[in-house]
Design a protein around this ligand. Structure first.
Ligand SMILES: [Zn+2]
Length: 418
């Protein structure tokens, strides 16, 4: 197997060096300005087939919205909100062509639901209530569409295109916009379907977990296509919030039982297998990136720790972070899905959970790596170098969050709201 990562050149944190690494604010802001230039560079522009959050203009619009509305960065690019508006307008034109397909209405990262969610927050930031109402009406079309079928052969529960992703959009809108945009009852009705779908798949295949899901024919375990992302969104539901909606004990047992099964699959070096098929056939793909492996599993672990208060989840999360520190500087690029920034978010998550300077130190070193020739000169440019999930727009989000680590969250994966 060829090595997919660059050996980390930095020494790990030592207790004597508590804060000196925090003096880099101006440097981070200069990096942001440079990468904003890359995001607007016409030479790096690629054909945008879909306009979605993943590699399309909606993802770039999200980044500009974040840049324009974060107190530490809004001065870096005075035109940020105008750029956000332009990019989301282009995405909405694409979305129009896909409106009739029910699956697209609730597909969040890859489809129309994500485009309309980001459109809504940008309309609000621009002070346009009419457009905001229209965007929300379009987003809410996903509610009925997500309930139409229990499951499909390609799977419809995962984060990128399925119900869990739609829930991520609902939670994000409820956090960002004033008032409950999507009611608890509406959210819980989707959660019931996710559990029913998982139980049916587990029973029909006599699987090892109470809840199981198949996406495109594979029983994935990770954050993007798999069980961990789905469990994260169930744990984030009104069933487990401070003012919780009642949930049956068997339902809790099925959710927790499935989480605990995955936790038990952690390898000696701290990683997680990509799929149940890999577990069954003893395959180790050696992937450690948000979409597959430990860097994506951490959100489910953090959420499980916050909900169930058991140390084993935090312990597993620390082992994930130690692995990412050693092997997380990926040749694949700067992005969120399978790149340096997505992996850097692991440390920001653990910092918010523990407040340990060590985690912030590690996040800073991953920031430095983005511009280190050891990475910059050898990384493989992604297919969509300006995009949110593969490219520099994702790296900018990571840098914005590094300036405000107490509020940091991987886009749409926040675990700390109540
Ligand atoms: Zn990926």
């Amino acid at each position: 197997m060829t090595q997919r990562y660059i050996d980390n050149p930095y020494p790990d944190f030592t207790e004597g060096d508590q804060t000196s690494f925090l003096n880099g604010e101006e440097y981070i802001k200069r990096l942001i300005a440079t990468y904003v230039g890359s995001t607007l560079d016409p030479r790096l522009r690629r054909h945008d087939e879909r306009g979605n959050l993943y590699v399309g203009s909606a993802g770039i619009a999200y980044m500009f919205w974040k840049l324009a509305t974060s107190p530490r960065t809004r001065d870096i690019c005075p035109q940020a909100l105008t750029h956000a508006s332009d990019f989301i307008q282009a995405a909405k034109e694409k979305a129009e062509q896909f409106k009739k397909k029910p699956g697209e209405r609730f597909s969040f990262v890859n489809g129309n639901a994500g485009i309309y969610a980001v459109a809504a927050v940008i309309s609000q930031a621009c002070g346009d209530p009419q457009e905001l109402a229209q965007d929300l009406a379009n987003f809410k079309q996903g509610l009925s569409a997500s309930k139409a079928k229990l499951h499909t052969p390609s799977g419809c529960d995962e984060v990128l295109e399925g119900r869990a992703g739609y829930l991520a959009g609902c939670y994000w809108l409820n956090d960002v916009l004033a008032g409950k945009i999507i009611t608890d009852e509406e959210i819980v009705s989707i959660c019931h379907l996710i559990v029913a779908s998982g139980r049916e798949a587990s029973q029909s295949t006599r699987g090892p977990m109470p809840l199981m899901y198949t996406t495109h024919g594979t029983q994935y375990l990770g954050a993007s296509h798999g069980l961990a992302g789905i469990m994260h969104m169930l744990l984030d539901s009104p069933w487990f919030r401070k003012t919780a909606i009642p949930i049956s004990a068997t339902m809790v047992s099925d959710i927790k039982g499935s989480i605990d099964f995955i936790v038990g699959l952690q390898t000696e070096e701290g990683n997680y297998p990509c799929s149940l098929e890999d577990v069954r056939y003893g395959i180790n793909k050696g992937l450690h990136q948000w979409c597959h492996g430990a860097p994506g599993l951490v959100y489910m672990l953090a959420k499980a720790y916050l909900v169930f208060h058991e140390d084993k989840y935090l312990k597993a999360l620390r082992r994930c972070a130690d692995l990412v520190w050693k092997k997380g500087i990926l040749y694949k690029g700067p992005g969120l899905c399978h790149g340096v920034s997505g992996n850097g978010y692991v440390f920001l998550l653990l910092y918010r959970l523990t407040k340990e300077p060590k985690q912030l130190y590690r996040a800073h070193k991953f920031m430095l790596m983005l511009s280190n020739p050891m990475f910059y000169n050898v990384h493989k440019s992604p297919d969509h170098p300006q995009s949110l999930f593969e490219g520099w727009a994702g790296a900018i989000c990571f840098l914005i969050d590094l300036l405000e680590p107490d509020r940091a969250a991987f886009p749409f994966m926040d675990v700390f709201h109540d």
